[in-house]
Design a protein around this ligand. Structure first.
Ligand code: GA4
Length: 328
């Protein structure tokens, strides 16, 4: 790993280089599912099994909802650094963060807002009212998309349609987060055929994540065969990824996908908004009995979401977090 250092005008932080992904294979490798099509449940399950990631179209969220959030977020990120901290608190882990991710030394070329959005209200009350209103409207819409995807996943797995959705959406004491990531254009050049890391490679600990970005590229996913491929941006679609908890609930049939973001090099910022669907802390995370074959053993020791989340926060971003819960 090579660390590169920013010029003195920018904070001196080490930024890992991020090898360029294989652009030629992108389009073919990323499944696309029309959420309103008759075969959507099978297509979603297929994508979660083969890649752990897919692009979702026909989701029913009007473009104006995402546009309003994008505008509000860009206005927020254009404020002086101190105002952003004053309005939302420094990320610990919730709040406004810049370059530092989590509390174990991970860094990236980005600034962000990380918010708890459970029980329908954005917890950070001193955000500018227009941003708060846009976040609330967007959250309600993306939660519906997440809920629909969880229903399709359940149907595709052959379990009760409401089972996964009810663990996450609108659940009393549930743990839903929204993260708004802003990646300004990066003036640095990493050595070789590399970009600067915007957000280092990791899997998401939750059940599912639903991402929407503007039209600036940067997201990459790791395929099962180890190749990294860029995800062509599409502001009209949502991108869904399987989280570690869904991997466990399916006893490894679905795999949480490794992903990362390379900082933009040109003149445009990347703005992405991610909804993380996590259950209540007391929720038991173990393979669903309905998906197990006769005599099949769980690959994981049993845990609750609260336990897993606490453990996740002790790890570095790129760690294999499920490792210490695997039985073999
Ligand atoms: C990755 C997915 C979500 O962005 C997140 C991240 C969290 C954080 O930024 O506070 C973590 C990371 C994420 C997993 C390992 C720990 C915790 C940073 C980190 C180093 C909000 C989440 O839930 O887990």
């Amino acid at each position: 790993m090579v660390a590169i250092t920013a010029p003195s005008s920018i904070d001196q932080i080490p930024l890992m280089r991020c090898p360029k992904a294989n652009a030629g294979q992108a389009a073919a490798a990323i499944p696309c599912v029309d959420l309103s099509a008759p075969g959507a449940a099978a297509a979603v399950a297929d994508a979660c099994r083969s890649v752990g990631f897919f692009r979702a179209t026909n989701h029913g969220v009007p473009a104006s909802v995402a546009d309003a959030l994008e505008a509000g977020a860009m206005a927020f990120f254009a404020l002086p650094a101190q105002d952003k901290v004053d309005m939302s608190g420094a990320a610990r882990p919730l709040g406004y963060g810049s370059k530092s991710i989590g509390s174990n030394g991970d860094v990236g070329w980005l600034e962000y807002l990380l918010l708890s959005v459970s029980a329908n209200s954005v917890k950070i009350s001193s955000l500018p009212p227009s941003l708060r209103a846009a976040l609330e409207e967007y959250t309600a819409a993306v939660r519906e998309v997440g809920g629909r995807v969880l229903e399709l996943i359940a149907e595709g797995l052959g379990v009760d349609r409401a089972l996964l959705r009810s663990m996450v959406v609108g659940r009393e004491g549930g743990d839903e987060l929204v993260r708004v990531n802003h990646y300004p254009p990066c003036p640095l050049r990493a050595p070789g055929d590399c970009g600067v890391t915007g957000f280092g490679e990791h899997t998401d600990p939750q059940i599912i994540s639903v991402l929407r970005s503007n039209c600036t590229a940067g997201l990459q996913i790791k395929l099962r065969d180890g190749r990294w491929v860029p995800v062509p941006p599409d502001p009209e679609s949502f991108f869904v990824n399987v989280g570690d908890s869904l991997q466990v609930l399916t006893n490894g049939r679905f795999r949480s996908v490794k992903h990362r973001v390379v900082a933009p090099e040109g003149s445009h910022s990347r703005l992405s908004v991610i909804y993380f669907g996590g259950p209540a802390p007391s929720q038991r995370i173990a393979p669903l009995p309905q998906v197990m074959r006769d005599g099949e053993q769980s690959l994981y020791r049993e845990f609750t979401w609260g336990e897993y989340k606490r453990a996740a926060y002790e790890t570095r971003l790129g760690d294999h977090r499920l490792g210490s819960f695997e039985l073999r």
